[in-house]
Design a protein around this ligand. Sequence first.
Ligand code: C2E
Ligand code: MG
Ligand code: MG
Ligand code: MG
Length: 288
Amino acid sequence: AAKSKQGAAYRVYEAKMNLAVMQKVELESEAREALRGNQFSLALQPQIEMHTGKLIGFEALLRWFHPTKGAISPADFIPLLENTTFMLELDYWVIARACSLTQELGHSGYRNMKLAINVSAGQFIDPSLPDYLQQQIQRNELAPEQICLELTETVLVSDIKRARAIMNTIHEMGCMLAIDDFGTGYSSLSYLKSLPADFIKIDRSFVSNITDDADDRNIVNSTVSMVRNMGMQVVAEGIETQAQYDLLCEFDCDYGQGYMISRPIPEQHIWSVLSTNVENGYWKPPQA
Ligand code: C2E
Ligand code: MG
Ligand code: MG
Ligand code: MG
């Protein structure tokens, strides 16, 4: 009886697995078609210097507008596509699109803007990443320091030695590196000092509580000091209120992004939004 019970449980488990696998395969083929059908685009979220409000650049965020399902969030489709060959293709498309937008920005008077690009685990360890990046930088006549790759702790800690080597290669090309969602992984602080990163991005989950949670406030305050003392710069993500912004300024956080400054801007609207919100290179403070 025990055996058949086990068998039944196994069959249920197997059915679930098949469903997950099927959805993944289906999603992958839909996504492939979507890329050919121009359903993917980027949204750019402005990043500003906290103390001055100077616009320094943007984070490129992937968007999928499905003709019948509507907007599909990257948080929903990226985990499912992770480790498929298509994810790699999509990741490279993001780099090409981001570099081409950066060139367009320069031609429209927004010179030397920095573009932060999220890199998936598979792309980070793909041997063609450095060459591809180099090629896109040259083709679009960019300075390498205009491109910043955002890596999550999860991408880095699986093989720290290899990660460090890849980071060094990308650094030698002159590109910037940021550790994304800092504080949410399982990594220890000691690994930080061994990584050649330029920016640490403090995760939104800490930022959102700094005005009413003393622990999060202390974590953010001391992370900012520590990171700066180590010679890196800090970006706060997910700034939604003036109170959060003011506290982060007080903590000497270098850069920030979030809904309070601007929501991610769909690429087709970038020109009109920039022309109304940027003056002499500074992001206009929101009307109180
Ligand atoms: P992330 O890199 O940490 O990006 C920040 C996320 O927070 C974005 O969500 C952004 O829209 C959102 N956000 C920004 N400011 C605020 C705010 O003030 N409040 C709130 N509540 N949210 C804010 P999004 O665009 O849905 O992207 C989710 C995640 O998907 C990203 O997290 C990143 O890990 C991944 N992702 C996005 N685009 C790409 C891409 O091109 N390639 C790869 N590999 N991953 C990407
Ligand atoms: Mg990011
Ligand atoms: Mg982030
Ligand atoms: Mg995040």
